[in-house]
Design a protein around this ligand. Structure first.
Ligand SMILES: [Mg+2]
Length: 195
């Protein structure tokens, strides 16, 4: 099977440092569980608004983040299974001077088993990737992907994805993903037979 894994919100804990910086600067108490749709600017104070996206453009921002619990261990297990292919599909803010570099450095640090030149793709239009399954958190990406879409469950993506991870604990979500692989495989085989 060929899996595409999103980084932000699936492998990487992007929300915590992002909201911490915002809350500090704007004296707010926003939690990511307060975000109920994709546009983050709708949930911040009006004086912040779309400036919330400027944090993502700071040099080093995408490097100084932690992996979500469970992500590294499960990715390593999937990678070790030679029946599977992995691609990390991620969309950096294109006008941020160091975002691409920071993301690559992050992968080297936390996912040294990922081959940067063969297993990383930078793009927004992930539906163009030829793969069996995508694990992502963005509603539009989940909707547009032609194969199986699996949502890392957040309030902002409710109702999206062919499958959704249970609960709100990322470690539990990754474990569920791993245990569901035989089911996904069966489904893909059925789809191939029907095609
Ligand atoms: Mg994401």
């Amino acid at each position: 099977m060929h899996f595409i894994f999103d980084m932000d919100g699936v492998i990487v804990n992007t929300h915590t440092p992002w909201l911490e910086e915002y809350n500090r600067e704007y004296n707010d108490t926003l939690q990511y569980s307060d975000i109920t749709s994709w546009g983050m600017h709708e949930f911040v104070k009006p004086e912040c608004g779309t400036k919330i996206y400027d944090y993502l453009k700071q040099p080093g921002f995408f490097y100084y983040m932690d992996p979500l619990p469970g992500a590294v261990e499960i990715l390593q297990k999937i990678k070790a299974d030679t029946r599977h292919q992995i691609t990390l599909g991620t969309a950096p803010p294109w006008d941020a001077p160091t975002a691409v570099f920071d993301k690559i450095q992050w992968i080297k640090k936390y996912l040294p088993f990922i081959e940067i030149d063969k297993e990383v793709v930078l793009l927004n239009a992930k539906y163009k990737l030829h793969a069996d399954l995508i694990f992502d958190d963005k509603p539009a990406t989940l909707d547009d992907f032609p194969g199986i879409s699996v949502a890392m469950s957040y309030k902002y993506n409710r109702g999206h994805g062919d499958f959704r991870t249970p609960g709100t604990d990322p470690a539990q979500a990754w474990q569920w993903f791993y245990e569901s692989i035989p089911l996904f495989e069966e489904l893909i085989l059925l789809q191939r037979e029907a095609a």
